[in-house]
Design a binder for this molecule. Structure first.
Ligand code: 2YC
Ligand code: MG
Length: 261
């Protein structure tokens, strides 16, 4: 399965994208990203050093990927460096230089590994959990009903988190096997377009645009999605009082790091 890969354009203006999404998160949930990650994982980031290693496998290096990771690591108050060499040589260099945490990504897995406590996480799990958590903390929600669109690696992780936290999870995915797996393993309810049910909390995790339709959402609604492109059509976002939390990398990385401290 070809993973949706970031492009250098996705990572432009990362600081602005982070500021905007963190402001929205704070407004609609009452907590900012740091507070949500701290309460979600029960951890506080310290002064760990993160070794970031460029990986040339597959489609190769994404020009501003590792520099974006360094920006995020330092934004979160940790120390960081990018290894001079990529791949195995870079790994050897980073560990020898005393990195506490190693971060690196090929086209299939983006991982953070804490060498001190052996904890390891993938971006798709950490991203699914944090975006689902944000959706579920919508202050103006008037029920525990939440819609999950997309049950791939990210969507499934988010749906699992929501079920474990006692939410009524309705989910859809065009892939019947993904849907069946989620019904059988998580006990989620299936949602299909001709249902009349509307939601005020939506977690969207698909690599497609326009996956959210008018029939799915309440007049006042929070859409939380790491998906690129955005699943919410702009005209629907304007027509209703919809808040959107969407950002290409920082939110997912903050979740990764808090989960392995
Ligand atoms: O620059 C590099 O070291 C590249 N090997 C990085 C490739 C990242 C590929 N993965 C993605 O673009 C997305 C990210 C959002 C994380 C998971 N998939
Ligand atoms: Mg993100």
């Amino acid at each position: 399965m070809i993973m949706a890969l970031l492009t250098p354009e996705d990572l432009e203006n990362l600081e602005k994208q982070l500021e905007m999404s963190n402001e929205t998160v704070k407004r609609v949930t009452g907590s900012d990203l740091k507070e949500i990650c701290e309460s979600l994982y029960g951890t506080e980031l310290g002064s760990q050093t993160v070794g970031i290693i460029p990986i040339t496998a597959g489609n190769g290096v994404i020009s501003n990927f590792t520099s974006s990771l360094l920006y995020i690591v330092e934004y979160l108050g940790l120390k960081g460096f990018i290894s001079e060499h990529p791949d195995v040589t870079g790994y050897y260099e980073a560990v020898s230089a005393g990195a506490d945490i190693i971060m690196m990504a090929d086209d299939h897995i983006f991982t953070a590994h804490n060498l001190r406590n052996e904890k390891i996480i993938s971006n798709h799990v950490a991203t699914g959990v944090i975006y689902a958590e944000i959706a579920s903390k919508f202050k103006e929600a008037n029920s525990k009903d939440i819609l999950v669109i997309g049950l791939g690696r990210v969507g499934f992780a988010g749906a699992c988190h929501l079920v474990n936290n006692g939410f009524n999870v309705y989910a859809c995915d065009p892939n019947k096997e993904f849907l069946e797996k989620a019904v059988n393993e998580l006990g989620i309810k299936t949602y299909c377009g001709d249902d009349r049910k509307k939601f005020s909390m939506v977690f969207e995790a698909t690599p497609n645009a326009d996956t959210i339709t008018e029939g799915m959402i309440e007049e006042r609604c929070l859409v939380s999605t790491p998906g690129i492109p955005c699943g919410l059509p702009p005209e629907i976002g304007k027509k209703y009082r919809v808040d959107l939390v969407m950002e290409p990398l920082v939110i997912g990385v903050a979740s990764m790091l808090h989960s392995i401290i």
